[in-house]
Design a protein around this ligand. Structure first.
Ligand code: SF4
Length: 370
C-alpha cells in the first residue's frame, strides 16, 4: 500500500498530456488482468470486483466517481491508466430510428458506431479498425486505406459510450463497422471476453456476431475458440471473377478455399454460418449466380441474408457502377435458394439517410475538416 501512497499526482500541461496518452486504457483490462494488478499492489481481491463494477456496470468515465474506492488507490489507478469516454463528435438519427455516432479517439482518429433499436432488441454495430485494408468496391471504409487496429478498450468503449449517450440497453452486438474484425483477432477476442464477462457488461456470446469479409486464418482460429459467438461471412458473389471484382480480398482467399474453411467451421462448432449477399443490379443478381451459390453452400449449416444495396456517396467512379437490384431479381434469386432449402431473408439497409453503411460518416467528416 505504501507504493500507492507515494505515487505522485501528474502535473498539468503538454508533458502530462503526452504521459496520459502513453497510459493504457483501463477499459481494455479483463477481470483477470485487473485482479493481477490488485494482487501486485498487495490489496484485497474484492477491490478488483469493485473497480470492475464501476468500469463496466456503472460505466463511470472518471476514477473519482468510484466512491467506495480509497483515494490512494484512485491516485495509483490514475497514475497507471487513463479512463476517458470516447469523444462523440457527431450523432445522427435516421428516419427509421437508427443512430450513427462518430467518435474521436485519443490520437485524433475517428471511428464510427451504429445503434439499431427495435421493439425486440437494440443492436449495435461496432468498428474494430480505423479504415480498412481491403478496398471492397461498395464500401467507404476501405477508400482511404488502413490506419491502425483499435485497442480492446476502444472497441468496448464504443458500446459503453453509445449506452451512456442514448440511455438504451444494448443486447445484440455485430462487429461489422469500420475494418475487418478478424484482422484484429486478439484485441477483438479480448473485447468480446470483457463484454461477455458476467461480472460486468454480461452480454451473452450468442448475442455477438463477427462479420468477416472472409479471412480464412481468422475463421480457422475462431473454429478452435470455445466462445459461442455467431459468424457471418460477406460473400456477395458465387464465382471468383465477380467476387474479386467486388472484393479484392478474394485474390488472397478465393471462394473454394473460403467455403471449405466455412464448412470446417460449421462441423467443428456445430453452428450455422450466415452468408451476407449484397444484391447489385446486373453484377451478381442473376439466377445463374443464385444456382452457383446453392451449389456452394447447400451441404452445410448456413443461411443467406440478401441485402438490398444502399447507394453510397463518396465512392468516386464506383458510384456509376453499383446500383440496387430490381425487386423482381431479388425475389427470383430468393426463390432459387428456397428451392434448395437454404434459409434466406431479404434485408434493407438501415439508416440510408444518415450514411449508416460503414465508413461513410467518417469519410464525409474527414473530407470536410481536411
Ligand atoms: S466491407 Fe468490410 S472488409 Fe470490405 S472494405 Fe469495408 S470494412 Fe473493409
Amino acid at each position: 500500500m505504501a507504493d500507492l501512497i507515494k505515487s505522485p499526482e501528474p502535473k498539468k500541461g503538454k508533458k502530462t498530456k503526452r504521459i496520459m496518452d502513453r497510459k493504457s486504457d483501463i477499459r481494455g483490462l479483463s477481470y483477470e488482468e485487473l485482479e493481477k494488478i490488485i494482487i501486485r499492489e498487495g490489496l484485497p481481491l474484492y477491490r478488483a470486483r469493485q473497480i470492475y463494477s464501476w468500469l463496466y456496470l456503472k460505466k463511470v468515465d472518471c476514477f473519482r466517481q468510484m466512491s467506495n474506492v480509497p483515494s490512494d488507490l484512485i491516485n495509483r489507478l490514475e497514475s497507471l491508466f487513463q479512463l476517458t469516454a470516447l469523444d462523440c463528435m457527431k450523432k445522427m438519427e435516421s428516419k427509421d430510428g437508427s443512430l450513427k455516432f462518430l467518435f474521436k479517439l485519443n490520437d485524433g482518429h475517428f471511428v464510427e458506431s451504429v445503434l439499431i433499436p427495435s421493439k425486440k432488441r437494440n443492436t449495435i454495430c461496432i468498428s474494430t479498425q480505423i479504415g480498412c485494408p481491403w478496398h471492397c468496391l461498395f464500401c467507404a471504409s476501405g477508400k482511404d486505406g488502413f490506419t491502425r487496429n483499435l485497442k480492446a478498450g476502444e472497441i468496448v468503449g464504443q458500446l459503453i459510450s453509445v449506452q451512456q449517450i442514448t440511455g438504451k440497453q444494448v443486447n445484440n452486438i455485430v462487429f461489422m463497422g469500420m475494418g475487418e474484425p478478424l484482422n484484429n483477432y486478439f484485441r477483438l477476442m479480448k473485447a468480446i471476453g470483457i463484454i461477455n464477462d458476467e461480472r460486468g457488461i454480461n452480454i451473452g456470446a450468442r448475442r455477438m456476431t463477427i462479420s468477416t469479409c472472409g479471412i480464412i486464418p481468422g475463421i480457422k482460429r475462431l473454429a478452435e475458440n470455445p466462445l459461442q459467438v455467431e459468424l457471418s461471412v460477406s460473400l456477395h458473389a458465387a464465382d471468383d471473377k465477380t467476387r474479386t471484382f467486388l472484393m479484392p480480398v478474394n485474390r488472397q482467399f478465393p471462394i473454394k478455399k473460403l467455403i471449405a474453411a466455412c464448412r470446417q467451421y460449421t462441423e467443428k462448432k456445430n453452428r450455422q454460418i450466415t452468408f451476407e449477399y449484397l444484391m447489385l443490379k446486373g453484377i451478381n443478381d442473376s439466377k445463374e449466380q443464385a444456382k452457383k451459390l446453392c451449389s456452394l453452400i447447400s451441404d452445410f449449416k448456413s443461411k443467406v441474408n440478401l441485402i438490398i444495396y444502399n447507394p453510397i456517396p463518396n465512392l468516386g467512379n464506383n458510384s456509376f457502377i453499383l446500383f440496387p437490384s430490381e425487386e423482381a431479381a431479388v425475389l427470383s434469386f430468393q426463390r432459387v435458394l428456397k428451392k434448395s432449402y437454404i434459409p434466406v431473408t431479404v434485408r434493407y439497409s438501415k439508416g440510408q439517410d444518415i450514411a449508416a453503411a460503414c465508413g461513410q460518416l467518417r469519410r464525409q467528416f474527414s473530407n470536410r475538416i481536411s
